[in-house]
Design a protein around this ligand. Structure first.
Ligand code: URA
Length: 190
């Protein structure tokens, strides 16, 4: 039987393969299970931990705005994270924590089969291109396979701390919109 996203949600809740899972709630991705576009952040924050949903705090509100700036809606894409549990005090996830959680992201990608993967920030970019820096790679497509392009963008939370990055994020989403249009990738209708 084929694994579905609700199956994954159930399995993740029952999992104790990561030390972070002892003190935090599981936060799987959410959105369109057939999405062409997959956004991948770093790890849940406080609000995400409380609600068990990704990108629902301040950074999430800005991400929604950025998605809408392309004429798309949040429900038309899929949004996930590298790490599925909130690190204490919102510290950066460790390399071990990222590695421990990676199978869940790989399973999400295998189910959704996105055409474009958008790593938000360096933790997510580092999984696909460990040698690239987000400051030089952002806003440009990187062809990973014949079927999948990686389009890195700064993490939306970075603009909450550094106002100059807000425009950079808006510019990158405009570039992403052009990329999607030129590749015939349009928002799903249903
Ligand atoms: N930052 C992230 O990287 N992910 C979230 O879900 C929320 C904030």
């Amino acid at each position: 039987m084929e694994l579905t996203l609700p199956d994954l949600q159930e399995k993740l809740k029952a999992w104790d393969g990561c030390a972070l899972s002892k003190n935090a709630n599981a936060v799987l991705g959410e959105g369109n299970p057939n999405a062409d576009v997959l956004f991948i952040g770093e790890a849940p924050g406080q609000r995400e931990d409380e609600l068990g949903r990704p990108f629902v705090g301040a950074a999430g509100k800005f991400l929604d705005e950025l998605i809408e700036s392309m004429g798309w809606k949040r429900a038309q894409v899929y949004i996930s994270n590298v790490v599925k549990y909130r690190p204490p005090d919102n510290r950066d996830p460790t390399p071990e924590e990222k590695a421990e959680c990676m199978p869940w992201l790989m399973l999400e990608i295998a189910i959704i089969k996105p055409k474009v993967i958008v790593p938000l920030g360096r933790h997510s970019l580092g999984h696909f291109y460990p040698k690239l820096s987000i400051s030089t790679a952002h806003g440009n497509p990187h062809k990973l396979t014949d079927d999948v392009t990686v389009f890195p963008i700064y993490h939306p939370a970075a603009a909450l701390h550094n106002g100059n990055l807000r425009q950079s994020l808006l510019d990158d989403f405009a570039k992403l919109k052009s990329f999607l249009e030129s590749h015939g990738i349009t928002p799903p209708t249903e």
